[in-house]
Ligand binder design. Structure first.
Ligand code: GTP
Ligand code: MG
Length: 453
């Protein structure tokens, strides 16, 4: 069960009372004070534990109370300290004061530990109050009470890459091919209702995490579909990977209808039920899918919309590649920084630069004007397979140089959006290695800040 928001009650221990006691010994008539101090109350800590990625266990247990300190006792014995309580939470959990809604802690890294509530101090025993004027004080301090607080634990998953797409576009299928995660895959919408996290291993020395969240639809920002509740999980990702479904066709024959329902989520949705027999792809449908998704993100948060992103064209096994290859996509994402790109696979100049850095032969023809990968090039097979061997070897050699650019390459140190556009298929395996590697290169490069912002 995936749970990402719970309210719990926490309380630190009270300090034990100091003791009032006097020395009693044979032949000692009026022994001096010997009451020990009370023990301190236990603290309440939170500890980040990467072995968990849900707050589900907090649904069962809602009270976390640390132990009180024990009372002091005779013979100057200090009371035992109350045991601390340590609450284990997944990375990405925020601890929020339930009343004021203030974020008290935002815990990101495995092993990070914070004290949320301090236990009360133990009271001083009467020994401590002995003075020249009062040799036998008959009073001691009470311990200080513990504190209590209602807090909300809110989890915002931390993944390096998040998949964003309409329902049924193959997000879960992709994550199941690239990672160890085994999500539910089905040919209907909203088969994923909670996020999945997986680890992508690239060679033996680099890995990153990928999140599959439930599909978005138009109006999600107003609460449609599963709405926004899962978008919080992509707030902290470094790269958004938009999955656009190439098997979706939308009839754009009537431009007058361009602003009405034909282009709405319903139009797209009805397409999801259409058969998978397509003879060519409709690039406008892809652009439209992208626009709808992008706008939903933008409505949710400008910050999200500003993130680096890449595009994967999913289910590319379903289109007939002859037409695919010869028509070439004409992406016209002017607003999104790619003007009229005529290519099927595209890698942004900055990313290419990182790949080339280390003087590695990328293996495909990157023409100077827009660095497009030419399908007719003999290094690329007919169906637009970007030879992953070349990308992989680039990556391997480049990592040695830590993918850092010297200052003369400053111009390339801007994130072009998208980082790349790649046709993929989780069914046939088309370009999956390239996808995995391109994401790795982007994450390793200084294009993407390595710490969460
Ligand atoms: N032909 C083909 N079918 C695919 C491919 N990837 C996924 N599918 C199919 O598309 C359907 C939906 O796949 P999912 O991976 O569940 O899609 P999703 O995006 O996770 O869907 P939601 O969880 O509902 O948002 C399933 O029937 C998959 O078998 C692909 O590359 N090629
Ligand atoms: Mg899914």
């Amino acid at each position: 069960m995936f749970v990402d928001n719970v309210e719990i009650f926490i309380q630190s221990g009270s300090g034990g009372a100091g003791a009032v006691s006097f020395r009693r010994e044979k032949y000692v008539l009026q022994g001096g004070p010997d009451g020990g101090d009370g023990g301190r109350g236990g603290d309440v800590y939170a500890l980040v534990d990467k072995n968990t990625n849900t707050l589900a266990k907090f649904r069962g247990r809602k009270r976390y109370v640390a132990q009180d300190g024990a009372q002091g006792s005779a013979r100057n014995c200090q009371g035992r300290s109350g045991e601390d309580i340590i609450i284990k939470i997944p990375p990405g959990t925020q601890i929020i004061d339930a009343q004021t809604k203030l974020v008290l802690f935002d815990l990101l890294y495995d092993g990070q530990k914070v004290k949320i509530l301090q236990g009360g101090k133990g009271g001083k025993g009467n020994t401590r109050f002995k003075s020249s004027t009062n040799q036998r004080p008959n009073y001691a301090q009470k311990g200080i009470s513990g504190k209590c607080l209602k807090v909300i634990l809110e989890l915002k998953l931390i993944a390096d890459v998040a998949l964003v797409g309409f329902p049924n576009t193959g997000k879960s299928s992709l994550i199941s091919r690239l990672t160890n995660s085994k999500p539910k895959i089905a040919n209907y919408e909203f088969s994923t209702i909670v996020p999945n996290l997986g680890v992508v291993d690239v060679f033996d020395f680099f890995s990153y995490t990928m999140a599959d969240i439930p599909g978005l639809i138009q109006g999600a920002s107003e609460g449609k579909g599963l709405g926004l509740q899962f978008l919080r999980h992509i707030e902290r990702t470094k790269i958004l990977l938009f999955l656009l479904d190439v098997s979706k066709m939308i009839d754009f024959s009537n431009p007058l209808e361009s602003n009405n329902s034909l282009y709405s989520a319903n139009a797209l949705e009805s397409e999801y039920n259409s058969s998978y027999v397509n003879t060519s792809i409709n690039e406008q449908s892809l652009v439209r899918q992208f626009e709808i998704l992008f706008n939903e993100l933008r409505q949710y948060s400008k910050f999200l919309a500003n993130k680096p992103y890449a595009i994967a064209l999913s289910k590319s096994d379903l289109v007939i590649f002859e037409s695919f290859a010869h028509s070439h996509f004409h992406f016209d994402f002017n607003e999104y920084n790619i003007g009229g790109l005529q290519t099927m696979a595209y890698i942004s100049p900055s990313l290419v630069h990182y790949m080339e850095y280390g003087y590695v032969d990328f293996g495909v023809n990157l023409s100077n004007d827009n660095f497009r990968i030419d399908l007719e090039n003999e290094n690329v097979n007919d169906i637009g397979y970007v030879d992953s061997k070349h990308i992989e070897s680039t990556f391997q050699r480049s990592t040695i140089q830590e993918l850092e650019l010297d200052s003369s390459y400053k111009d390339f140190n801007v994130v072009d959006k998208p980082l790349f556009i790649l046709p993929i298929s989780s069914v046939s395996g088309l370009n999956l290695d390239s996808l995995k590697t391109l994401l790795a290169i982007a994450l390793k490069s200084s294009l993407i800040p390595s710490k969460d912002s």
